[in-house]
Design a protein around this ligand. Structure first.
Ligand code: NAD
Length: 291
């Protein structure tokens, strides 16, 4: 296939490379002038989109997605599939779908889980929203860049699934960190706490696969000075998207709201650039009445 790829950052660059390695003809564009091995460089986003069978975007947020779509949709080849893999607000995702549909294009919102390692290894999980025809048209690309693609429903459903998942993750990570900080103050050995929780009803990904306490459980960013992994500011971004969606859908998310506030404080007070599990250090440093 002839594929345009717009947004060659930490995630987009390795994803584009994997498509090229699989034998597709990939032409890429990034506003920062990034080049990727095996990927031809376009001078503009419009050039990357013109005459392609598929156009993938991997951009920072909904505002950028909207401005890039204004530029590229008029150049889309009728019947081509436009796949947005960025994490953006549900409204921007739906607006992008509408714009693409009016131009006779197929479109999918397909945010990912799996991070930079998943992008490099071609093991991402895609959460796809769009018509069955559109999702089917993107299927071969998902297979190269990822290990699993779930068709979640109509346009925007991929973004909805992504922010629901990450809202659970933010809340559960804070819960696990609170338990380790409390355990410390009760003189409970961290290894013992891990062994109990990871095999009891408190078990969850945040403790079993990504334990925030260094030296405990499988290797995680905690064992590497909390280098991300998944940076605290990206967790905050997803939590804020969940709160924006909750407000527009009139949904009660009290824990999501509190998790957003806690990550906002953490990011503003030195957590930026650290893994999101480093919020353990912050909680452990506080007393009962000063959080
Ligand atoms: P990044 O900042 O490394 O990359 C974004 C790229 O978009 C940059 O290279 C930037 O120059 C480019 N860009 C910005 N405006 C542009 C424009 N108008 N035209 C063309 N290019 C433009 O970010 P990333 O880590 O690659 O993340 C991309 C998306 O994936 C985000 O929405 C993020 O939330 C999501 N995501 C990231 C991770 C992760 O672990 N990094 C995991 C899952 C999802």
């Amino acid at each position: 296939m002839k594929i345009g790829f717009i947004g060659l950052g930490n995630m987009g660059a390795p994803m584009a490379k994997n498509l090229a390695v699989a034998g597709h003809q990939v032409i890429g564009f990034d506003a920062a002038g990034v080049g990727v091995e095996g990927v031809e460089t376009a001078a503009t986003a419009a050039e990357a989109a013109r005459g392609r069978d598929a156009v993938i975007t991997m951009l920072p947020n909904g505002a950028v997605l909207r401005s890039v779509y204004d530029e590229i949709v008029p150049h889309g080849q009728r019947g081509a599939v436009f796949v947005d893999c960025s994490t953006v607000d549900v409204e921007s995702a739906r607006a992008a779908h509408e714009q693409a549909a009016k131009a006779g294009l197929l479109s999918v919102d397909a945010p990912v889980s799996g991070g930079i390692a998943g992008a490099a290894g071609g093991t991402l999980t895609f959460m796809a929203g769009g018509s069955p025809e559109s999702v089917a048209a993107a299927g071969a690309l998902f297979e190269i860049m990822g290990q699993k693609a779930v068709h979640c429903g109509d346009p925007g459903a991929g973004q909805a699934a992504k922010i629901c998942n990450n809202m659970i993750l933010g809340i559960s990570m804070i819960g696990v960190c609170e338990a380790f900080a409390l355990g410390d103050k009760l003189n409970l050995d961290r290894q013992s706490l891990f062994e109990v929780v990871s095999t009891s009803s408190g078990a969850c990904w945040s403790v079993n696969q990504y334990c925030p306490a260094p030296g405990v459980g499988p290797e995680s960013p905690a064992d590497n000075d909390y280098k991300p992994g998944f940076a605290a500011e990206l967790m905050l971004k997803d939590l804020l998207l969940s709160q924006r969606a909750a407000a527009s859908a009139d949904a009660a998310t009290p824990m999501g709201s509190l998790a957003s506030a806690l990550y906002q404080t953490f990011v503003d007070s030195g957590g930026r650039g650290q893994d999101f599990s480093a919020i353990l250090l912050d909680l452990a440093a506080q007393g009962h009445d000063n959080h």
